[in-house]
Design a protein around this ligand. Structure first.
Ligand code: ZN
Length: 137
């Protein structure tokens, strides 16, 4: 999915858990919805960090996401923990519908994948539907 689809979907899911955010919480949700793609040199965060890891491996795995969430819980508390989980897990969930799929339990090779290509008509259709729900609900 394109980065905007991930952002809008994360905010849509968060809307079911939170009535309002402060600016730091909103930024954390924005960051965490894009966090797994930090391993993609062509992504918004990947261009900034240029990490020497393969795309859709450790950063798209629960083996990394859950310990990072735990650290956020320890240092920032339950609200920030929940926001990070909503952002990053909503990202992984959407990527499960992508043709490249996700190895949720990397380094295990088991992969969940779907029919949608990044930047395709269906990607933009999802963006439109999520945006409509975000505004209307
Ligand atoms: Zn991704």
């Amino acid at each position: 999915m394109i980065w905007l689809t991930h952002i809008v979907f994360a905010f849509l899911i968060a809307k079911f858990f939170f009535v309002e955010f402060n600016v730091v919480q909103a930024l954390l949700l924005f960051f965490s919805a894009l966090f797994p793609d930090i391993d993609n040199k062509n992504s918004l965060l990947g261009k900034m960090f240029k990490l020497p890891v393969k795309h859709r491996t450790i950063f798209h795995s629960l083996i990394l996401i859950l310990p990072v969430a735990y650290l956020i819980f320890i240092f920032a508390g339950a609200v920030y923990f929940k926001i990070f989980l909503i952002g990053s897990l909503s990202h992984l969930f959407l990527d499960c519908f992508n043709v490249s799929g996700v190895k949720l339990f990397y380094p295990l090779r088991f992969r969940i994948k779907g029919p949608i290509r990044t930047g395709s008509f269906f990607d933009y259709l999802l963006l439109f539907v999520f945006l409509a729900f975000l505004i209307l609900i």
